[in-house]
Design a protein around this ligand. Structure first.
Ligand SMILES: *Cc1c(COP(=O)(O)O)cnc(C)c1O
Length: 356
């Protein structure tokens, strides 16, 4: 730290993203990116004319993208705010609604705690049960804002729509933020509920299911009055928050429904067969509704499995957090990538057998 930094910076522990190493070519199954390219229809929209037009500011209202999203979900455009990735959406929502206190699960997306600390929001952590499931009763009548990733980050486990609705209904005087980064890989989407509840903020992203992690586009869908609040925050912080190229890519990706659905089908099918093969090898695999699985080897601990795989050119994610330190989180890639991973696991666990 420099001697000029504000005192508040001293105690911040920033979010640590999954590694993006460049020393060799890895099979990358560590940050829950999509293995398939973004829609070709979307990518082909980026032409020379668009790039020349970068001399102009982007549309601060993001109208074309908002209307593509409105069409897709059957909501009104004034229920939507576009953000620079959904992390920015979370930051705006925490700033607007969490200063009096916020609660979320003890095992979930690490960014919630980071952003809460940055903004000075008091945090209450709510334990998942023994099976890493959210216990809905623990979220009723909280008297503070509630944040739930659904499906949950790190575990992949989803809470059903009826339970999510009950939590929203039983916090009528508080904001409930549902982070839907992985919703497209599961069965339930909370966006429909934004028409019924004025305390629901859904946070959504193009990074995972739409293959546009590097474009940095997210969006909030909520009651119109909440969007008014959030736009006040956005326009006080960064009015031109999303660039012109990303806006067009995202709008086109939203329009390409068929490609999107085919990617989701492929990833779900790969997830099912991959989980089966891990289970056949004695792994414990949490039931995932996301594009990753959290799994524990019967033979090696999480950290050393992560390290052995890395040495073989395969990146997965390991977390030091006490409750999941024995596990590794594996992003669902292509069938070929999962096949390579399984062979590597067989080699590693085979080696261990010989030693013992
Ligand atoms: C990936 C992820 C995000 C952030 O995605 P962006 O790339 O910033 O849109 C938000 N929440 C969860 C739970 C995630 O896994």
């Amino acid at each position: 730290m420099s001697r000029f930094a504000d005192r508040r910076i001293e105690n911040i522990s920033p979010y640590v993203p999954g590694e993006q190493p460049r020393d060799r070519k890895y099979i990358k199954l560590n940050t829950n990116e999509n293995p398939y390219y973004a829609s070709a229809y979307a990518v082909s929209a980026v032409d020379g004319e668009l790039l020349l037009n970068l001399k102009r500011y982007s549309d601060p209202e993001c109208r074309d993208l908002a209307s593509a999203i409105a069409d897709f979900y059957g909501v009104q455009s004034d229920q939507i705010m576009i953000t620079n990735g959904s992390d920015e959406a979370l930051a705006f929502a925490f700033y607007a609604y969490c200063r009096q206190g916020v609660c979320f699960a003890d095992v979930t997306y690490g960014f919630y705690e980071v952003i809460a600390r940055l903004f000075g929001c008091p945090v209450e952590k709510i334990s998942l049960d023994e099976q890493f499931k959210i216990v809905p009763d623990n979220y009723f009548y909280k008297g503070k804002s509630v944040v739930i990733a659904n499906p949950n980050a790190q575990t992949g486990i989803a809470l059903g729509g009826d339970k999510i609705e009950e939590i929203i209904a039983k916090n009528a005087d508080n904001i409930v933020i549902i982070d839907q980064a992985y919703a497209d890989f599961g069965e339930f989407n909370a966006i429909e509920l934004t028409k019924k509840y004025d305390n629901l903020v859904t946070v959504n992203t193009f990074s995972k299911s739409r293959s546009l992690a590097g474009a940095r586009v997210g969006y909030i869908i909520a009651d119109r009055r909440l969007i008014e609040d959030l736009k006040k925050v956005k326009n006080s912080f960064h009015p031109y928050n999303v660039n012109t190229v990303s806006l067009l890519l995202a709008a086109r990706a939203m329009e390409d429904r068929e490609y999107f659905l085919s990617c989701m089908e492929k990833i779900k099918a790969t997830r099912a067969s991959f989980a089966e093969q891990l289970i056949a090898r004695g792994f414990e695999v949490l039931p995932s509704s996301a594009n990753f699985v959290l799994a524990r080897s019967p033979k090696t601990d999480g950290k050393s499995l992560y390290e052995s795989l890395r040495a073989k050119g395969i990146l997965v994610r390991h977390f030091n957090d006490e409750r999941i330190a024995e596990y590794i989180r594996i992003t669902i890639g292509t069938d070929a990538e999962m096949g390579r991973l399984l062979s590597a696991i067989d080699q590693i666990t085979g080696e261990n057998n010989e030693k013992s």
